[in-house]
Write a protein that binds this ligand. Structure first.
Ligand code: UD1
Length: 417
């Protein structure tokens, strides 16, 4: 197991280039199953979750080949419809293969993902709505076993705009016969990206960027080359790291439009932030406290809540954060407190007293975004902070230590075994 040793009172400088979005590429990789022709994906980030999804595809019989920055997927010889517990248990997003497998093979057996550190995360919206498209679903021995005589388009209204359910249903509907309408669909940019990818290979998805998606089923798809959008959560993380350390930084390939709410909020707090095209310029800023409510897109993303909390420990005045998407997403709080942060938790809210200096201490990553918050706090703390269990971080931040090193941070990765 690796840990990061970060020297605090750090300043970031120069620029950082954002990688392609993990949360865009995970459903796109599941979408490979829909297409018997070759799919060429560019700049897949080197991340544990991406490797897990590739491994899952390979277990299903998909052939992969890497050449330069392009990975080619050939699913013409795919022979399995079963996603086993060993892989699914390590990554919830494995459930994305359910819709595509059902569409391609008329049968799918996918292990139930179970709970995860940040909450119970049920998949009822995926299952009940796949049933509306004509799937028969049984739970057997910890697996979702779905069969269909052929998926047929239907009108679906999501009870909650779940990102994953919207994606699973879009993919299933792509090869269904007739038209599917998904109402109250999630609006996250990764949905638009999946839609663009599906359309680039011949699907007929319209209404992208709105709450109502219409998918006219097609019989087959054609060869495609595609590159996913930049990772808005990675960009937001470096933006907050720069502000927390009073640094001057340019964030490149960031898709600032996907961070509009966050940038406006940070500006409202006094953040010196300027957007020029695809680049975000951050300058040292005198920030004050604020109120944050996580919400589905275009609201404040739950995936940036932990990083924002780390930043709020460094601003003038107090802040209140309410987490409205996941029920157990404050696991970074005890770790931030170990560094001296003054945070009080009550139900789904955290009261953060700003302006208390942080001091180095050994701390432990508990989940992906919590880990990013700990890195931001470690950058601010006085002394050398040892951040343990960075495998969580490696699920979603490509080359984080190398990128920070390039920005002038003293950081090293050591193996603890
Ligand atoms: C995706 C993101 C994750 C992000 C989340 C919310 C990926 C791989 N992951 O996760 O990083 O934090 O969106 O922006 O893209 N829910 C149900 N029933 C369901 C599905 C979801 O009750 O069938 C609930 C969940 O428990 C949660 C809420 O809906 O409380 C949001 O979940 P959802 O939007 O589905 O998130 P994910 O797709 O799992």
């Amino acid at each position: 197991m690796d840990k990061l040793i970060i020297t605090g009172n750090a300043k970031l400088s120069g620029d950082v280039e954002i990688s392609c979005a993990k949360n865009a590429y995970l459903p796109i990789l599941a979408g490979v199953i829909l297409n018997k022709k070759n799919i060429h994906l560019k700049n897949l980030p080197e991340l544990r979750d991406i490797r897990t999804m590739k491994k899952l595809l390979e277990m299903l019989g998909v052939k992969t080949n890497v050449s330069g920055d392009t990975t080619t997927f050939d699913s013409s010889g795919m022979n399995s419809f079963e996603a086993t517990y060993d892989l699914v248990k390590t990554m919830r997003a494995s459930i994305f293969v359910l819709g595509p497998l059902l569409a391609r093979h008329k049968e799918a057996k996918v292990s139930l993902p179970g709970g995860c550190a940040i909450g119970t995360r049920p998949i009822d919206l995926h299952l009940t709505n796949l049933e509306k498209l004509g799937a028969e679903i049984k739970m057997e021995g910890g697996y979702v076993h779905a069969k269909t005589t052929g998926l047929v388009g239907a009108n679906i209204v999501l009870a909650f705009p779940s990102v994953g359910a919207t994606e699973n249903l879009m993919m299933a509907a792509t090869l269904a016969s007739g038209q599917t309408v998904i109402d109250n669909a999630a609006l996250e940019p990764e949905i638009g990206d999946l839609g663009n990818f599906l359309n680039a290979m011949g699907a007929k998805v319209s209404g992208l960027g709105t709450k109502t998606l219409t998918i006219d089923g097609v019989k087959e798809l054609h060869e495609v080359e595609y590159e996913a959008i930049g990772d808005r959560i990675e960009a937001g993380t470096y933006l907050m790291a720069a502000l927390a350390t009073n640094s001057e930084l340019v964030i490149k390939k960031a898709n600032p439009g996907h961070l509009e709410f966050v940038i406006e909020k940070l500006k409202e707090m006094g953040g010196q932030i300027e957007v020029r095209g695809e680049e975000i310029f951050v300058r040292p800023s005198d920030l004050r406290g604020t109120k944050i409510d996580t919400a589905p897109f275009p609201g404040f993303p739950t995936d940036l809540q932990a990083q924002m909390m780390a930043l709020l420990t460094q601003v003038n005045g107090n802040s209140l954060i309410s987490e409205n998407i996941f029920e157990n997403r404050f696991m970074h709080v005890p770790e931030l407190q170990r560094l001296g942060a003054q945070i009080t938790l009550k139900a789904n809210s955290a009261f953060v007293e700003g302006g208390f200096p942080l001091k180095a201490a050994p701390i432990m990553c508990t989940d992906l975004r919590a880990s990013a918050a700990l890195v931001i706090a470690a950058l601010c703390a006085e002394g050398e902070t040892h951040v343990q269990r960075v495998y969580h971080l490696d699920r979603g931040y490509e080359k984080l230590d190398q990128k920070l090193l390039r920005m002038g941070v003293q950081i090293k990765r050591v193996n603890e075994d």
